[in-house]
Structure formats: C-alpha cells, structure tokens
Design a protein around this ligand. Structure first.
Ligand code: DGP
Length: 115
C-alpha cells in the first residue's frame, strides 16, 4: 500500500489537481485525459480493486456516486451527460492498484464502450 501512487496523491506526496476532497473521498484530474473532463474519484481508504470490497465498503461506493454527481454539476456536464468507468484487474485494463472511478465527459462520447 505504501507504494500506491494514489495513496501518495491522497497524502500530498505527489502533486495533483484536486477538484474535490472530504474525509473519505478525493477527486483529481487524470494526468492523461481522454476527454475535456476526465477526473478520478477515489476512496481514501486503500481498496486495491472492485473485487476487493469488504463488508461496509458499499457505503463509500454510494458516497462516491453522490460526489460524482456533484463534480458533474461543478464541471457543467451534469445535464448533457457523462460516463463513469471502473477498470478492474488485468483484463479490465486496471493500471493503478487503488480503486478509482473515471468520470469522463465534456464531449459526445462514442457508443463503443470496449474494444
Ligand atoms: P486505470 O487504467 O483504470 O488504472 O487508470 C489509471 C489512470 O490513472 C490513468 O488514466 C492515468 C491516471 N494516472 C496514473 N498516474 C497518475 C498520476 O500520478 N496522477 C494523475 N493525476 N493521474 C494518474
């Protein structure tokens, strides 16, 4: 966990452009955006991936979706729409081992959601 890049972002050991923070959740701009809005929303608790949820983690997942809606409003994409993606594991294309929700929008996204 100590080597986790997102934990280092949470601890401000690595700089990021933070758009939302509370006691449990951090959101920051993706370093490699694929759309005008590309924000990563993460639990501060280190959960390595979606399949590693523990009992009780469903509460933070619900809060993350509420935060996503708030950020979508702040970023002016709430009404036009957006996409939320969670990559899980090797076949899911997950590169960073700390659960994260990609909030992507600000342009008309393609209908193809996988290649
Ligand atoms: P995934 O493939 O779902 O694990 O996506 C990881 C995302 O994390 C990828 O879109 C790039 C982003 N990312 C990786 N390292 C950093 C970093 O140091 N800072 C920021 N802001 N984003 C990062």
């Amino acid at each position: 966990m100590n080597d986790c890049i997102f934990c280092k972002i949470i601890n401000k050991e690595i700089p990021s452009t933070i758009v939302y923070e509370d006691e449990e959740i951090l959101a920051f701009r993706d370093i490699n955006p694929v759309a005008p809005v590309h924000i990563l929303v993460i639990p501060k608790k280190h959960i390595s991936k979606l399949t590693e949820l523990s009992d009780g983690d469903e509460i933070i997942i619900g809060k993350i979706y509420k935060v996503i809606n708030k950020i979508a409003k702040d970023e002016n994409i709430f009404d036009k729409g957006f996409r939320v993606i969670v990559n899980c594991g090797e076949d899911g294309g997950q590169e960073v081992g700390h659960l994260h929700f990609h909030l992507i929008g600000g342009k008309k996204l393609g209908t193809k959601i996988c290649e």
